[in-house]
Structure formats: structure tokens, C-alpha cells
Write a protein that binds this ligand. Structure first.
Ligand SMILES: *Cc1c(COP(=O)(O)O)cnc(C)c1O
Length: 419
């Protein structure tokens, strides 16, 4: 069931008509559906029902809003964090420290300390150097921290190059052919409880095959490590499952993914962890925007200028990504247009030559599938503020992130007295 439906010709999120949110909060605004988040969490968990006691850690970077994290904490999810800021959020949202995994290629000394002091469940170490630093910090404090070694399996995830993370030339993890010796070296270090291996090959994967290849290599590594006398009790399979951004796209389901995982890992005898982000949050949110005006462009289609821009939703400018664009009150008429934001960059283009609902100045519309890698990637470029976020639950909604106005950002700036 989809919680973004037309009712009486008006697009609703659950039981709330979007014009009511635009009226109360203004535009642009991200709108999330609690029921959709919960359903995605359940579908993902159900997909893993063939595994014993899987650990699911939501990838906080995909949507770090505290209310979104709280919804998922209530679903029993932990968190996969990649910075001290994300760790602070996960804890503030009520995630149990033991359910938090700390990933990231450049954890600072301060972040490693923060993770230890918070008592998180696992560090995913991304280099030998990081392991030594973590060992020294843990030893200093007289503690032992649970760790997995993230390996780079050199697998082409067949996704956008900027979100591919498992090729040899990517910065993530340690090379597979050195993993066993690094694991052994770190297992000998005080303060580290080397208990597993981790892999994450990229995001928005449309195909299970690269994942299966990567997991196969991880399985071989586990066998090799055990053959050399190492203990391996945990394996973290990362995230990456893609979602349809267009109505006609078909992606592997969590059930298909779970069945593949169950098959590939059948004889691993480890506790498996997962770090889904986009597949949970992506289709649980839209970016609600209002058309400022339309502008003719020579003989071509008009430019529909909306009040959302690349600073609010960066994916089209950053990755050439597609987001479906639908009128909130479609008339049934269609038109072809270029959809652009107000920012002074040609990159601030959401779509060219797109067939869309006929729409004009003052009308509301949504960019779909904006719940992941949306608000979290916002900037204040062009001295625009930060977009507000709203969570819908049935017939009620709440502002879960205030709009940050340009003057508040300016308040953090100073002109030195000598100027
Ligand atoms: C980004 C990331 C994820 C989540 O990826 P999705 O494609 O959103 O599922 C999981 N694990 C790590 C280490 C990541 O960097």
C-alpha cells in the first residue's frame, strides 16, 4: 500500500492533504510518512526472516532527522553512523548504544573517543592505521571495543560512480588480498576485539548480482581467517539496495535480497548485520514545492520555476538523478516543460523536456522519492535557508525540523572590527 495517494483529486500523505501542510509550514518542505517508514522497516525485516537474529542498523546519513530516527528506533532498528554528529543524533533519538555501528573512512581521534565513551556496539575499521589508533585509545581507557574490518571486495556495483564504494580504486575498506594479514595484526592489538568483517559496495543498486559476488568474497575471507585461527562471529553486509525513482522501474525486493543472503551465508555461522538507508527512507518522503512562475524559452518547452532548488534537493545536480514530479492537484492535462529552481546555476535543473502534469504559477507539486539523501544533503547556497521537514502520522502532522532562515545563518557570521 502506498501512503502518497490522490483523494478527491488532491495528493495526500496518509490522511493529510498536502495543501494543508503548504499552508501551515510554507514551501519548499520535505514531508515524510510515518506509516511508510514503518512499513518499509517491516518489509525489510520480513525479508530477512530466513536468518537467525539479524541486526539492522539504519544508515543515518540517508535521513538523520531525529523524528525519523525515533520512528525506526521504535521498530527495533539500530543505527549505522559515519560521523560524531550522526552518533549524537542516533543516541538523542533513542537508539541503544549497543545497536550502533560506526562506519566511515576518516573517523577522527575525537570521533573514535566519542564512540568508545558512548559504548557503541561495533566499530567498522576501514584501515590498518585506524585500527592502531583505536587500539591505543581503547588501551588508554582500559576497555576492549568490538570491531569488524571493512574490506573492499573490488566489485563493480553497477551504480552511479559517485556512490560506488566497493571498487579497488574507491577509498573505502582494506584491499581484500591484504585483509587477512591486517585482521591478524589488529587481532593481536590490545583494546580491540576483532570479531568480524564488513562490506558495503555502494548505493542505489538495481541488481543483486554484484552484492552476491561481494558476499561470496566475504565468505571466502571468513573461511580463510578461520583457517588461520582467527575468530569471526559477526559479518556486516552493509546497505545499498536501490529503490524505484520512476514509476515503471523494478528493483529487487527485500524478500529477494534476503533469500539471496540466506543462500550465500548459509554456512557462515555468524551474526549478520545490515545497514539499509535508501530502501527504508527513500520512498517515505516527498519534497513539496510551489511553482513561482513559468517562463517561455524560445521555441522550446517552458521553464517551470519552482521554489525548491538544488540546495534543497541536490541529487539531480549531483548525480543527474531523476525524481518524479507530480502536481498536488492534477487536472488531467499534461504538458512538456523544463523544471528548474531559482538558483543562479544551470545545474539547478530538476528535469529537461519532461512530460508533467499541466501546472502554473502558484500551483503545488512534489518531487517524489525524496525521503533519503534529500534534506540531509541540503546547503544554504545562494543564501537560501534550510528547508523545513514535516512528519505525517495518520491525520496529524508535525514540523520535525524548523525552516532555518537566511538571517539565522548570517547570525553565525562576524565582520571583524578591523574591517
Ligand atoms: C551509505 C551507506 C549505507 C547505506 O546505503 P543505502 O544505499 O542508503 O542503503 C550503508 N553502509 C555504509 C557504510 C554506508 O556508507
Amino acid at each position: 500500500m502506498d501512503h502518497f495517494q490522490l483523494r478527491n483529486g488532491i495528493l495526500h500523505v496518509e490522511d493529510v492533504p498536502l495543501p494543508a501542510i503548504a499552508e501551515a509550514v510554507g514551501t519548499p518542505v520535505y514531508v515524510y510518512s510515518r506509516a511508510t517508514l514503518v512499513r518499509h522497516a517491516q518489509v525489510f525485516r520480513d525479508g530477512l526472516s530466513g536468518l537467525s537474529d539479524p541486526h539492522i542498523a539504519f544508515a543515518v546519513k540517508s535521513n538523520p532527522n531525529l523524528a525519523v530516527l525515533r520512528v525506526l528506533a521504535k521498530e527495533g532498528f539500530g543505527a549505522d553512523v559515519v560521523s560524531g554528529g550522526e552518533l549524537t543524533r542516533a543516541l538523542a533519538a533513542g537508539m541503544k548504544p549497543a545497536d550502533i555501528v560506526f562506519s566511515g573512512v576518516g573517523k577522527t581521534h575525537a570521533e573514535l573517543v566519542q564512540g568508545i565513551e558512548a559504548g557503541i556496539g561495533q566499530f567498522n575499521i576501514e584501515s590498518e592505521e585506524e585500527g592502531y589508533e583505536l587500539s591505543a585509545i581503547a588501551q588508554d581507557r582500559g576497555v576492549r571495543v568490538a570491531c569488524a574490518l571493512r574490506v573492499n571486495p573490488d566489485v563493480d556495483a553497477r551504480t552511479h560512480e559517485k556512490i560506488s564504494t566497493g571498487k579497488r580504486e574507491n577509498k573505502f575498506g582494506v584491499p581484500l588480498d591484504r585483509a587477512a594479514s591486517i585482521y591478524a595484526a589488529l587481532a593481536d592489538k590490545p583494546g580491540l576485539d576483532m570479531r568480524g568483517v564488513a562490506v558495503h559496495i555502494g548505493s542505489q543498486l538495481g541488481d543483486l548480482e554484484p552484492l552476491e559476488t561481494a558476499f561470496g568474497k566475504l565468505g571466502a575471507l571468513i573461511a580463510e581467517l578461520r583457517g588461520k585461527g582467527q575468530s569471526v562471529t559477526h559479518a556486516d553486509l552493509g546497505g545499498g539496495l536501490g529503490v524505484p525513482y520512476r514509476k515503471d522501474e523494478v528493483f529487487p525486493t527485500p524478500a529477494e535480497y534476503g533469500a539471496m543472503v540466506a543462500r550465500v551465508t548459509a554456512d557462515w555461522s555468524v551474526r549478520l548485520s545490515f545497514e539499509p538507508g535508501r530502501v527504508i527512507a527513500g520512498n517515505a518522503g516527498v519534497l513539496l514545492t510551489r511553482v513561482i512562475r513559468s517562463k517561455r524559452s524560445g521555441n522550446g518547452p517552458p521553464f517551470v520555476i519552482v521554489d525548491a532548488a538544488m540546495n534543497d534537493l541536490a541529487r539531480p545536480a549531483m548525480y543527474g538523478a531523476w525524481h518524479d514530479f507530480d502536481a498536488v492537484q492534477p487536472t488531467g492535462e499534461r504538458m512538456t516543460a523544463h523544471i528548474v529552481g531559482p538558483i543562479c546555476e544551470t545545474g539547478d535543473t530538476f528535469a529537461m523536456d519532461r512530460e508533467i502534469d499541466a501546472i502554473g504559477a502558484g500551483d503545488l507539486a512534489v518531487f517524489r522519492t525524496a525521503g533519503a539523501y534529500g534534506a540531509t544533503m541540503a546547503s544554504s547556497y545562494n543564501s537560501r535557508g534550510y528547508v523545513a521537514e514535516v512528519l505525517v502520522d495518520g491525520d496529524r502532522f508535525a514540523v520535525v525540523a524548523d525552516r532555518i532562515m537566511p538571517h539565522s545563518i548570517m547570525d553565525a557570521e562576524r565582520v571583524p572590527e578591523w574591517l
